[in-house]
Design a protein around this ligand. Structure first.
Ligand code: TMP
Ligand code: ASP
Length: 238
């Protein structure tokens, strides 16, 4: 497999074509952004940590029979993945109130929720990823009813799997964002990444933040937290 030209450059990673039409390579950079790219930074080794963290988690998810794009990690920053067309939905699961949910509904961060929440945002930087519901997604031809049901079911299952993974390393999964893609034969699989960039993770016992909120909120100790998450994941047998 040969890595060919870059197809797409996102805020923290790039996607490359390969000589295999069904395969891409993703490469993680050290960039950190927040608030739709308004806040920017670069942190040595961040890309390496996110690549390795995402791959450990995706491997676990695969073991539980949820299909993902993961094929193989080929270097510290590069992973071979199945080619998909990303469905332009940010699928968010919330186990505990935090972030934009807390702000929007006036609920203090850390408040328990009566049920797990599934939320969709329309993945569109120009529009600032607006919150949408199922009907918006269907009306805008982003996904069909059947696809939304499949995506929702997979998202809840992924929540169960990764809640357990993080619990084993003493972290509480507060919320997270995932993205799905469609393979050339129409199958929906988990794509993009799961890392401290895309999850809120609070230390069990102290509620210390171990995720990108440390960058978003200028709390310091940003890479220390990512290093610690990786260290714990890599030292744990799942
Ligand atoms: P929010 O509370 O800001 O809506 O974020 C919910 C979760 O989604 C949180 O774990 C952070 C993650 N997230 C992303 O991965 N990318 C994004 O662009 C945003 C806004 C949130
Ligand atoms: N990833 C998003 C951005 O850059 C937002 C975030 O994670 O807060 O802008």
């Amino acid at each position: 497999m040969k890595k060919l030209e870059m197809l797409y450059s996102g805020k923290a990673k790039m996607v490359f074509k390969t000589d295999d039409p069904d395969v891409y390579v993703i490469e993680y950079r050290d960039d950190a952004t927040a608030f739709n790219g308004q806040k920017k930074g670069s942190y040595e080794n961040k890309g390496i940590l996110n690549n390795k963290i995402a791959n450990i988690i995706f491997k676990e998810i695969e073991k539980h029979n949820v299909p993902t794009h993961l094929i193989e990690e080929i270097s510290d920053r590069e992973t071979v993945v199945k080619k998909v067309e990303i469905i332009p939905l940010e699928v968010i699961i919330r186990n505990v109130a935090a972030g934009s949910f807390s702000k929007r509904y006036g609920v203090p961060e850390g408040t328990a929720l009566k049920c797990t929440i599934l939320e969709f945002s329309y993945k569109n930087d120009e529009l600032n990823d607006p919150l949408i519901n199922d009907y918006h997604a269907m009306a805008l031809s982003i996904a069909t009813r059947e696809e939304l049901d499949e995506i929702s079911e997979m998202a809840f299952k992924i929540n169960e799997i990764i809640t357990e993974i993080f619990k084993k390393i003493n972290l509480r999964l507060i919320d997270f964002k995932i993205e799905f893609g469609k393979t050339s034969d129409g199958k929906i699989i988990l794509a993009d990444e799961i890392s401290p960039d895309t999850c809120r993770l609070w230390e069990i016992g102290t509620d210390e933040k171990m995720d990108k909120d440390r960058f978003r909120r200028d709390m310091g100790g940003f890479m220390e937290a990512y290093n610690e998450v990786y260290k714990r994941l890599s030292e744990t047998a799942f």
